[in-house]
Design a protein around this ligand. Structure first.
Ligand code: FEO
Length: 166
């Protein structure tokens, strides 16, 4: 059985992962309609991954004697000024998620909940990879600057990075 505190933290995390999935889906829609096909593929795939993260938590809650609640979500932001804004916002979002996972692990250690701690380690590794990937995409976009032909080529490259943070 999970403690009430850990149960609530995991439930809050379900909402954060669901919100990540919706946020990246809205970014994918923006990219898809602005001619950034590669970025759109990357973001569609990233949105799917976040849904998997949410499902993994839901199943863990259900298997540990709780019943997961499917959360209501606010509509995500749908308009962006550039790919740079999209990926900076994605990175900011991931940093918040990482902090949240870190707090869950801290609570698990305080409560000697080694099983949940062990379960959450997978998320920590995943966050590290996602942050690194977003950071490297932002770095490349900075190098590209206003060079549209390089941006066109990088967009194609982004399609190949879909699932790379997995
Ligand atoms: Fe599952 Fe990227 O947070």
């Amino acid at each position: 059985m999970l403690s009430k505190n850990i149960e609530q933290l995991l439930q809050d995390q379900v909402k954060k992962e669901a919100s990540s999935s919706q946020t990246y889906l809205a970014m994918a829609c923006w990219a898809d309609t602005k001619g950034f096909e590669g970025a759109a593929n990357f973001l569609y795939s990233h949105s799917d991954e976040e849904r998997e993260h949410m499902l993994k938590l839901i199943k863990f809650l259900n298997e540990r004697g709780s019943q997961a609640t499917v959360p209501a979500l606010d509509a995500p932001k749908k308009d962006f000024s550039s790919l740079m804004e999209v990926f900076k916002s994605l990175l900011e979002h991931e940093i918040i998620v990482t902090a949240s996972i870190n707090s869950i692990i801290t609570a698990c250690l305080q409560e000697n909940d080694h099983l949940t701690n062990n379960f959450m380690q997978w998320y920590m590794t995943e966050q590290m990879e996602e942050e690194q990937l977003a950071q490297s995409i932002i770095g490349k976009l900075e190098m590209i600057g206003s060079d549209t032909s390089s941006l066109y080529l990088f967009d194609k490259e982004l399609a190949g990075l879909a699932g790379a943070g997995n």
